[in-house]
Design a binder for this molecule. Structure first.
Ligand code: IMP
Length: 433
């Protein structure tokens, strides 16, 4: 019996896909509960890269169910493309994928509004993924969204979709002075997918309740990271959903009693894609080293990620906010080759207890660093045992444990599925593997 929530503790791209894929070997189900196809979860198997955006990262384990909870905004066309991509690789998806009937749908008009808005806000753009995620969530809150269940009534769906497109097209034409969205084309496209979509529609909340009652192991897979949370992140430079623990309750439709464990994922350094404050950002050779060795390009947009030192203040905040009780540290190998490492342990004049991570506050923070020796002559890439790590790498990991007050249960040492050190996988009763 176990429910594990996997959450990113930084600005996304912490490597959650790889960790979920690893943990999913024994899980009955993996459920996504927020975000949409802005997420990019990368899994590398035998050198082959698979990037998932909407489909839970348990999909490569054929015994595991893949669930999309009501908190996820679903682009029907993107979803079907992603299924086709996986099925072309002989991964059966449709019989195992269940989508909540309550999922709001994301359409082309949302994408056009997202892009138009970013273009118009020159200098102050959020740097979104341009996929329409924000506008789709806005429609949900405004109570004009169409949900998967609306497809059950084809005529009503067409009427409401037309009204939705009229609403957004007015803004596109008269406010943004740009191209409008083609309602008829979208209606035809979505109706052509209707039967396939409805075959996968389900009551995900009830399904999770049954799994829990049967003692099954379930993984709740977060997308993005805590610092992009719409309430608790560097607002307004955040995503449109909540990315922290509460979203798992609301967006999967389960009570908190389903969670036995919260596993926080953090990179051994920090990256951020898109705009907004980033106190430990580097603009020097060390930053270039992290970008190059870490191959820091967005899995969804291909944009170069901004890189910086590990920010223990931000991660400590995320640990507290989410009730994290175990950590997975990813990309430790990327720090290899650096003579000296720096860890941000505080911000000048800043009180942890009064932490406000708004963009305004965060932009003013000046990091205070602690220096630790690197391990330039040694290699940690591909290590699978803690004892294989050089002493300096172990010191780095253990210093993080002290600063964050949480044990590091797992360390990822290479992009491939096999590059993991598991100190305590934490979700099985028998403990260490
Ligand atoms: P949106 O989610 O497309 O609205 O983008 C809002 C912000 O969140 C931008 O800074 C994006 O770069 C960032 N973002 C959204 N999804 C991800 C992700 O999966 N990884 C990292 N950053 C993301």
């Amino acid at each position: 019996m176990a429910g594990t929530v996997v959450l990113g503790l930084q600005w996304g791209d912490e490597g959650k896909g790889k960790v979920v894929d690893y943990l999913a070997r024994t899980a009955a189900a993996v459920v996504r509960f927020q975000g949409g196809h802005n997420a990019g979860h990368t899994i590398i198997v035998n050198g082959e890269k698979i990037i998932l955006h909407l489909i839970p990262s348990g999909v490569l384990h054929t015994d595991s169910e893949c669930l999309i909870g009501n908190g996820v905004v679903v682009s029907p066309t993107h979803l079907l493309d992603e299924i086709a991509m996986l099925e072309a690789q002989d991964i059966k998806v449709r019989p195992r994928l269940k989508i909540s009937l309550e999922c709001p749908l994301l359409f082309n008009c949302h994408r056009l509004i997202d892009l138009a808005r970013e273009r118009k806000s020159a200098g102050k753009a959020i740097g979104t993924t341009g996929r329409g995620i924000g506008p789709a969530y806005e429609d949900k809150l405004a109570r004009r969204a169409l949900r998967l269940s609306d497809l059950l009534d084809e005529k009503g769906f067409a009427e409401r979709l037309e009204a939705l497109f009229a609403h957004h097209n007015f803004a596109l034409e008269h406010y943004y002075h740009t191209e409008t969205a083609d309602f008829r084309a979208e209606l035809d496209t979505v109706l052509a997918l209707r039967d396939t979509l409805l075959e996968m529609a389900d009551n995900v909340s009830a399904r999770l309740e049954r799994l829990r009652a049967g003692g099954a192991e379930v993984l709740f897979e977060g997308a993005q990271g805590t610092m992009l949370d719409n309430d608790h992140g560097t607002y307004p430079y955040v995503t449109a959903s909540n990315t922290s623990i509460g979203a798992a309750v609301v967006g999967a439709g389960v009570p908190p009693s389903h969670f036995d464990r919260v596993l926080g994922i953090a990179k051994a350094y920090t990256t951020r894609v898109g705009n907004g404050p980033f106190p430990t950002e580097l603009d020097d050779a060390a930053g270039a080293h992290l970008a190059e060795r870490g191959n820091e390009f967005g899995a969804t947009t291909g944009r170069g990620r901004r890189c910086g030192w590990f920010d223990a203040v931000a991660v400590r905040r995320a640990v507290a906010l989410n009730g994290v009780n175990g950590l997975c540290l990813t990309k430790l190998d990327v720090l290899g080759g650096l003579e000296t490492l720096r860890l941000c342990v505080g911000y000048r004049g800043y009180d942890d207890a009064a932490c406000v991570y708004s963009a305004q506050a965060c932009a003013a923070y000046e990091p205070e660093y602690e220096e630790l020796p690197g391990w330039p002559g040694a290699e940690v890439a591909g290590a699978t045992r803690y004892t294989q790590l050089p002493q300096a790498a172990r010191d780095y990991v253990e210093r993080l444990e002290t600063l964050l007050g949480v044990p590091v249960n797992m360390i990822s040492t290479s992009p491939d599925r096999s590059g993991n050190i598991v100190r305590d996988d934490g979700i099985r009763d028998d403990g260490v593997i």
